[in-house]
Design a protein around this ligand. Structure first.
Ligand code: CP
Ligand code: NVA
Length: 313
């Protein structure tokens, strides 16, 4: 099939977790399992012959870049990497014009940027699927990989308790969308000033969210404890005041001991040992952070396959 064609079905984007139905997320997770199994057996899986992914990075990245780039090459496709400094995006070319042009030449676009509205503007002028590789508001690819990792280790996440310790950031809001869509409970504990914004939460099903002042109490009975940096990309000017506000929001062995005995610990990485998590926890037996990082590769291969080729099974 020639490249740079629109996908066979209706144009779909993955800009936030709830862009997919529960059934679609579960399908992608099952495909991720199949694709990972093939990868581990060195069995080729190349449905992207002649397809091109453009990646636009307006913020730094290690995992997102390597996983999308390696994943696309492994599936037989090609990748183009753009950033703000070496493209016209850094010289004020409108994002809408960039979308119109880039999406005539490639089959799929992944963007890491600042405001969610920026990726939405790109998507609304794109002829091809657009994937959110992190915005200030959401990080849906990471949560896809995290849920895949939980399922690998503990079978099913439905009905479980996931505890978020720390900043109500892009990761926390994406966990919340996932909890509502998939059906599990999210415990959130953040310092005053860094909590979830009720205006953004909207209407949730009963039992989806419980908020706690005390992060230790938030971990009680959790099947998964997870956290993230105190200062996300783009907020570096607040570093000092955040370090003070978050001092008690460090996942430690006391928090893990209050969780379920078989609880796992996750962190999207990069991590700062001694800030949001102790070395003892992130490097300890309950931590699955390296599987979690690897699973970005497998989950995103399944996501790209679904967006371009639809359901294969
Ligand atoms: N977790 C994650 O998205 O990592 P990078 O910032 O390295 O891409
Ligand atoms: N919340 C972090 C995640 C980094 C992968 C950030 O936005 O910087």
């Amino acid at each position: 099939m020639p490249s740079a064609l629109q996908p066979a079905g209706p144009l779909r984007h993955f800009l936030q977790f709830k862009d997919f139905t529960r059934d679609e997320i579960l399908y992608v997770l099952e495909r991720a399992r199949v694709i990972k199994d093939k990868f581990k057996r060195y069995e080729p899986h190349r449905p992207m012959d002649d397809r091109t992914l453009a990646m636009v990075f307006e913020k730094a990245s290690t995992r997102t870049r390597v996983s999308f780039e390696a994943g696309m090459y492994q599936m037989g496709g090609s990748v183009i990497h753009l950033n703000t400094t070496d493209s016209q995006l850094g010289r004020a070319e409108p994002i809408e014009d960039t979308a119109r042009v880039v999406s005539r030449m490639v089959d799929l676009v992944m963007i890491r940027t600042f405001e969610q509205t920026r990726i939405e503007r790109f998507a609304s002028h794109s002829r091809v699927p657009v994937i959110n590789g992190l915005t200030n508001e959401f990080h849906p690819c990471q949560i896809l990989a995290d849920i895949f990792t939980f399922i690998e280790h503990r079978n099913d996440i439905t009905g479980k308790i996931v505890t978020w310790v720390g900043d109500a950031n892009n990761m926390a809001y994406t966990w919340l969308q996932a909890a509502e869509l998939i059906g599990f409970t999210l415990h959130v504990s953040a310092p005053v000033g860094y909590r979830l914004d009720p205006a953004r939460i909207g209407n949730l099903s009963p039992g989806v969210l419980r908020e706690f002042d005390n992060p230790h109490e938030a971990c009680a009975g959790a099947h998964l404890v997870t956290t993230d940096v105190w200062t996300s990309m783009g907020y570096e000017a607040e570093n000092e005041e955040r370090a003070k506000a978050f001092a008690e929001w460090c996942v430690d062995s006391d928090m893990m001991s209050r969780a379920a005995p078989d609880a796992v610990f996750m962190h999207c990485l990069p991590a700062h040992r001694g800030e949001e998590v102790t070395g003892e926890v992130i490097d300890g037996p309950q931590s699955v952070v390296w599987d979690e990082a690897e699973n970005r590769l497998h989950a995103q291969k399944a996501l790209m396959e679904f967006l371009l080729l639809g359901r294969l099974a």
